[in-house]
Design a protein around this ligand. Structure first.
Ligand SMILES: [Zn+2]
Length: 634
């Protein structure tokens, strides 16, 4: 394949790639209760940064915003501040600033790192939250219910679920929470928990009646399920399966009726059945209409499994967004539950990001409301229910013109094969990996991107990280350095004239096609292996034609070096979202402008006669990392 043919084919690949008008990217919001750890980086911060950088290369940096901030409200930060004996504002500001500094060190290129309680953001965010509640109320999606909650009389606060532990009323596990047990998976009423203890004060809490608004997601079940169904081929399997299993209309009955069910099931609409905990059978139907038909067909008592669809979305916590007073004066003093609050938080963050760029905050509509735009959200796999089901139901219920978003979830990062745990020390903060272990941000970004968290739990261990660093400082650096070094030593520091050799054109076409497809899916682990093989083509050209050695035929040496620079430029652009600092050093060394980081530059040559600069180190040598770690241990 010739260079002009290749260019035509790449133009077609780029023309086929969907290009949204604007892209808004969000990363899972860290709580303002401690430093960022490697799990935050791996699941919720590095992947969206890579995605945002790619989208900037695809549709232009001015059309992409990456927003994030701390999730400040609710009991998490309030209790952490109380335990630290610090005023909550001061406590959160300090943690927020430390997290922001860590993000900068890791080149996480957020357009804003705000916070739900940040003084410059709070009023605007509060307005959006209160409008959300008004709209949900107007849509008939808020239902007032009375329930009993544990109250700590000494601290004078209602205790959120995880701040009460006691004995599980179902399995007798001694560390069950107020309304759920991690050991047996049971959900129950707060009043059923045995031997409750407040984890805030260590005292015995008391039960108090309290009213809350419950979000009625059942009201939008049909459009919610229809929307999720459209994502079967485009979303990650774990997100689609989890979301779909939540919203499937189900009936449930005790297994003593199983024989009757078997006799009657031929008359039911199409359905699937399965056993569930508590000696029950679940019948899953396709629609709400089928669910009603099913209830009429079955002659024994059944219940609709709609617990997921009714969730309280207010709390008795003072540290939060107050509910709008005019809807119901009796609810004054309650605050918006921190989960739905965090779902609307990126709206105000987007406005802050626009202001930071000197643009009008009203432009947020171009990102959130224009059907040609796209919102991509990166979260941990635990949060699929909130980001897909609850947020989807809120957006559909409000009918506010907000676009439905695309959700990319990542599985848990294990540390040394075990669950990450601060208390046992099986845990790394993001900063300690740089300061105490001597790794560079790009090394970590690259290593974490190569784990398959998009598909399964993956393991972080220092040994594996060091092996990856060896690869980067060895074969990868060789691919990046060889063409520059040969040009400097034998070709007057210039790219020679030549033709694309061997498989250069064909492999570039294949690589660009795969790159565009996998980057749009944020499927980084599969992609990096292919990019690494692509980089090895440079080493092969050098082995075969030795551009640095005058004793070999000059024509082939020129073609090989011209081809190597061609491969190098495409390699550098493709790796830029993963290792932005190292690739920017390559760019400077090649004396190319910043605008080279654009998809249109993939598969294009560095023109003959172009002068390169002196070599610098791209990926650091791992010897340095090991030595500085040794020094830190002394
Ligand atoms: Zn239990």
């Amino acid at each position: 394949m010739q260079e002009d043919e290749l260019r035509a084919e790449i133009a077609q690949i780029l023309a086929r790639t969907p290009k949204p008008s604007k892209v808004l990217v969000t990363g899972g919001m860290p709580y303002a209760n401690g430093p960022l750890h490697v799990g935050h980086l791996a699941g919720a911060l590095v992947p969206p940064d890579i995605y945002a950088r790619f989208m900037k290369m695809l549709i232009g940096p001015q059309n992409v915003l990456f927003v994030c901030g701390t999730d400040d409200h609710g009991s998490t930060s309030e209790v952490a501040a109380k335990k630290a004996g610090r005023p909550v504002r001061e406590f959160i500001d300090e943690i927020h600033d430390r997290q922001h500094a860590t993000l900068k060190r890791y080149a996480i290129g957020v357009d804003v790192y705000s916070g739900t309680s940040s003084p410059d953001n709070f009023e605007d965010h509060k307005q959006i939250c209160q409008d959300t509640l008004r709209k949900l109320y107007a849509a008939g999606m808020l239902e007032k219910r009375t329930s009993q909650q544990w109250f700590d009389p000494g601290m004078n606060i209602f205790l959120a679920d995880r701040y009460v532990v006691g004995t599980c009323p179902r399995c007798a596990h001694p560390r069950a929470y107020s309304e759920e047990c991690d050991a047996c998976g049971a959900n129950y009423l707060a009043a059923e928990l045995l031997n409750p203890v407040s984890t805030v004060s260590g005292e015995t809490p008391i039960l108090r009646d309290t009213d809350h608004w419950w979000l009625d997601m059942w009201k939008v079940l049909t459009p919610l399920k229809a929307w999720i169904a459209t994502k079967e081929k485009t979303w990650r399997k774990l997100v689609f399966t989890e979301a779909m299993s939540q919203v499937a209309p189900c009936l449930v009955f005790p297994n003593q009726h199983e024989n009757e069910y078997k006799e009657q099931k031929a008359a039911l609409p199409p359905h699937k059945s399965r056993y569930a905990t508590g000696k029950r059978v679940v019948v899953q139907l396709d629609s709400v209409e089928d669910l009603e038909k099913g209830r009429q067909v079955l002659t024994f008592p059944t219940e609709v499994m709609d617990g997921w669809a009714h969730r309280p979305i207010t709390r008795d916590i003072s540290w939060g967004i107050p509910v709008p007073p005019e809807i119901d004066p009796a609810m004054v003093g309650k605050t918006f539950y921190v989960w739905p609050e965090s779902l609307v938080a990126p709206l105000a963050f987007t406005r802050r990001a626009l202001e930071a760029h000197g643009r009008s905050p009203e432009e947020y509509r171009d990102y959130w409301m224009d059907p040609k735009a796209r919102v991509a959200q990166f979260i941990g796999s635990d949060n699929v229910f909130f980001y897909v089901v609850m947020q989807g139901a809120m957006w559909l219920g409000m009918q506010d013109g907000l676009q439905m978003t695309d959700v990319f979830a990542n599985c848990h990062l294990l540390i040394n094969g075990e669950k990450m745990s601060k208390s046992t020390g099986n845990y790394f903060t993001a900063d300690e990996l740089l300061d105490e272990h001597g790794f560079s941000p790009d090394q970590l970004r690259y290593y974490l991107s190569g784990l398959s968290l998009a598909k399964k739990q993956s393991n972080f261990e220092l040994e594996g990280l060091r092996e990856k660093c060896d690869f980067l400082s060895g074969p990868m650096n060789a691919s990046l350095e060889k063409p520059i070094s040969a040009a400097l030593s034998k070709f007057d520091g210039c790219v020679p004239e030549g033709q694309l050799m061997g498989k250069t054109a064909e492999e570039t076409r294949k690589m660009v096609e795969t790159y565009m497809r996998l980057m749009a899916k944020a499927d980084y682990a599969d992609l990096l292996g292919l990019v690494e093989n692509y980089g090895r083509l440079i080493n092969k050209l050098f082995t075969n034609y030795k551009p640095y050695d005058d004793r070999f035929p000059e024509g082939e040496r020129r073609d090989a070096l011209y081809s190597s620079f061609f491969l190098l430029k495409t390699l550098m652009i493709m790796l830029y979202p993963f290792a932005p600092e190292a690739m920017d050093r390559v760019r400077q060394c090649l004396q190319l402008p910043v605008s080279v980081f654009a998809v249109e530059e993939l598969g294009t040559p560095i023109p003959p006669g172009h002068r390169v600069g002196n070599l610098v180190q791209f990926f650091p040598s791992t010897k340095v990392a090991v030595e500085s770690e040794g020094a830190a241990q002394l």
